[in-house]
Design a protein around this ligand. Sequence first.
Ligand code: WT7
Length: 686
Amino acid sequence: MSSTEDMISAMHDGLAEVKTETGPKIPVPETYLKATKHHLKDVQEYLDWYKKSLESPNDFWSEKAKEMLSWHQLWTGKTLEYNFDVRKGKVYSEWFKGGKLNACYNALDRHVENGHGSQVAYYCEGNDLVDDHRTVTYAQMLDQVKRLASALKKRGVRKGDVVAIYLPNIPELPISMLACARIGAIHNVVFGGFSAEALAGRILDAQCRVLITCDGVMRGNKVIELKALADAAEELVYERGDGHLVDRQIVFKRLGDKCPVGMKPKRDEWWHETLAKAEPECPVEWMDAEDPLFVLYTSGSTGKPKGLVHTTAGYILYAAITHKYAFNYQENDVFFCTADCGWITGHSYVVYGPLLNRATSVIFEGVPTHPDSSRLWQICDKYKVNQMYTAPTLIRSLMRAGDKYVTKIPRNSLRVLGTVGEPINPEAWNWFFNVGGDKCCPVVDTWWQTETGGHMIIPPPVRGFQMKPGAASLPFFGIEPVVLNEKGEELSKPCEGFLCIKRSWPGIHRTVLNDHARMEQVYFSTFKGYYMSGDGCRVDEDGYYWLTGRVDDVINVSGHRIGTAEVESSLVSHPYVAEAAVVPMPHDIKGQGIYAYVTLRDGFEPSEELRKELRQTVRVEIGAIATPDVIHWAPALPKTRSGKIMRRILRKIAEKGTHVSSEELGDITTLAEPQVVAQLIELYGK
Ligand code: WT7
């Protein structure tokens, strides 16, 4: 974690880009209010529920847990017990402790048992526009899940084991997740865009022995050979794993002849062969409410990515309730979340939330701009999508492509538009609302994190609610946000400061895999008694929350979190590099880009070729999304006398270049060598 000084300066950098006046208010559109049914009558009802959720949390959450989930056995003890204060002992949250249930049973079995087996669970849209789609019903999902689950069991996977999943965004990904959940195994999904190196790190950290992958996947016109990457990862695991190895690989055939693969005898098996032979029935493992459901790795400001652990009951309840109310999802609606299941957005809003609510969803494997920028809207039309949930970065790129890609598609079915991943700039918000949704759809800007499991702050799409472009707006049921100043004092509105959460909610992650101390250190040590989000925010006179960006050394590239430390260590792994410092830079489409200052070892000279090589190094070690946008050759880095890199200065130069003023640079007299700053400015763009 960066110093408080750095956090404050990052917070103010963020705030500078956010308008501080209250801004225009746009009522939730009447056309939408008339076009569909509503779970909540109006904004007053939303606020009443919110009040109840804070005043009587036990009643509120036990009612919801009984209403929305099927329990094998109800919890006998308290609905909730938790401690957020490290001074009082271990930080923990326990929801519905002692209750027994199963996430897969709730997502699939109970719907099929209730006669909904023939309902479509997923419309699967492939990479290609024509002839590349499938439909999977709830009954078909369940059949595949049971077969895979019994195959996993037969291969020795037991309750509590971690299974790695490295697949593209196809229904086999949710099928794999649910097969794990069915038998009490913990799924560890690794985004298909990550490198072999990143996959190996996650397999090793979680000690996975089974990996589920596929031969390859098309991204636009490119073939990505996932199996080859998985093989490379397994080599790395074997080399580093102290005897640990992946002894089973189940390979789904996605591309076939287009992507020939080598199968290693005894280790590798084809998904279709295995499932055809597998026992078609597989009993559900009844899990304790607090048994882990999955681990998902995410980057922080220091060290390696952390494996965040989510548990069963709290997480699924929270995914289901947020999906239902934030999008006003109604029976028979078609829901479309554009995220990949490799991220938390996909876990909560492609898989668990929608399936728990027996929704019909679209799962999209391809690229939103392939073959052109109409693609998402075409998908909306093809499947009559009612709610589309996407990211500001995508909205900005579609906006740039031009309105004609949108307006030529009717889009009549759309009711609600959602966004997530980073603060949405008002310009993109307005375009999404006016052009994308024809002023007929509320825009639901959802603030949350991998750590939170589901939405935390949303503009509720209800009658009478006034939207403000760019504001995530109001806390969801049960969420008690507070804004703290640098001394850790709670501020009252209007105010700006660090966004923290004051009490536990069902979706909070419970720990970092094998490292509970790290969880306490990262989230609960800066401000005692609070969960620290790592984001800065402002609350306006009306009590609306405006997120202003990360206050730590985490870069938000296209809504994905990249840890500066990871990129730095990858750059430094190159033999010519002595030192590297990575900071965010503003980027029109991606929101933030990656700006790397690199100091070479004595005797090595900067060159374009070396730049390419360094970018390639990061690409191979982490993945394409972490590739630096800029490499700035730095003879030296600005450091304090105690040797700490002054990132505040590096951020300013990355943002302003040669136009940076001395006020913007702030006090540089504490630097060991103040002349370094002038040198860096001089070398900007060179
Ligand atoms: C970070 C979490 C949650 C799924 C996507 C990313 C930023 C996310 C918003 C929003 C402003 C947002 C925050 C947060 N963020 N949504 N609506 N407005 N900022 O998950 O990788 O865990 O990243 O994304 O900075 O801390 P993640």
